[in-house]
Design a protein around this ligand. Structure first.
Ligand SMILES: [Zn+2]
Length: 84
């Protein structure tokens, strides 16, 4: 009998890895920018192919073109409101 080891994914995370996280944050269900539905996806949906050792991302589906949730971009956009 061989022990079947399930692959490590966001839905089946490594117990040793999650034990090292001191302040875990919940996966957002709603985009903080547009309120759209967010979900964990394989990053091939963003890059066109699987990329990196942990090929997952939280993707917002609230706009016509799917956009990655990037909080730092939002603060850049709001910094210079009506400069013209
Ligand atoms: Zn959004």
């Amino acid at each position: 009998m061989t022990a079947e080891i399930a692959p490590i994914t966001p839905w089946n995370p490594s117990r040793s890895a999650t034990a090292r996280v001191k302040n875990p944050l919940p996966v957002p269900e709603r985009c903080p920018h547009c309120g759209g539905q967010c979900s964990i996806v394989g990053n091939e949906q963003i890059y066109g192919r699987v990329f990196g050792e942990w090929p997952y991302a939280v993707l917002c589906a609230g706009v016509v073109e799917p956009a990655v949730v990037l909080p730092e971009l939002d603060s850049l956009e709001t910094g210079e409101g009506d400069a013209h």
